[in-house]
Design a protein around this ligand. Sequence first.
Ligand code: SF4
Length: 283
Amino acid sequence: MNKLSEQIYDLIVRTSTEIPEDVETALQRAAEHEKNADNSLAFDQLTLMLENISLARETARPLCQDTGVINFYVDVPVSFDKVEFIAAAEEAILRATGEGILRKNSVCSLSGKNSGTNLGVGAPAFYWGESDCEIRIKLLLKGGGSENVGIQYSLPDTSLNADRDLDGVRRCILDAVKKAQGKGCPPSIISVAIGGDRALGYATSKKAFFRKIGERSKNPELAKFEKTVLKEINSLGIGTMGLGGDITSLDLFVTALNRHPASFFVTVSQMCWSCRRGELVVS
Ligand code: SF4
């Protein structure tokens, strides 16, 4: 294993076994809230999640049995050999899969056969960007349950009474959360892309899961919108794992992209409580 492969392996282990500090703090706050609000089922579930987080960290075992879809976001200098990076990442994935840090999660869509390696066509997923002189690696392990409740709307949508404006976007977000109920393992983090084309909508909303809990949009109008709609989501009573309570989502991130005049997509991605994101910079 070369040095880059070792570093990527370490990133995989850290991401699969240690929840980011801001997410853990948000879950602790949610537990305290539900305890005081006497939402005992939600409180019990959140307590279990927090115990699970501590155990996973102490024993270096995965936070959840589903270690998710492997997404790499990599910024490299123009002269960097991407083939070299892919080979190093694949070696790291093979090792992590062999050790049970990653579940065998990559299945051929035609035969249904599991490669057993987490490698295959489109697995892992790589999203490339450019950097000056260092390699910046972001890793998102996204649970299948939370991925399944992602949804894309095309406005106007008469069934939701949603026009091509922020109120229409709000209606889509609330509809997506109501449709998901406890599926996707809430308390969730919701990330929304307004505009773009269909593919860019999903790519953008998923990449925004690297924002920290409480990090508001730099656009003041969207920052206000995020706060207001998050309150509405949490008034739906869906709660932790759909068992009721005041905290259905820990945060809401919204990004606006330009769009074609004929299209107005609203893409809603959801991340489960087991939000696994990790970062690494290699000089
Ligand atoms: S959605 Fe998330 S928490 Fe639920 S089973 Fe999948 S990875 Fe685990």
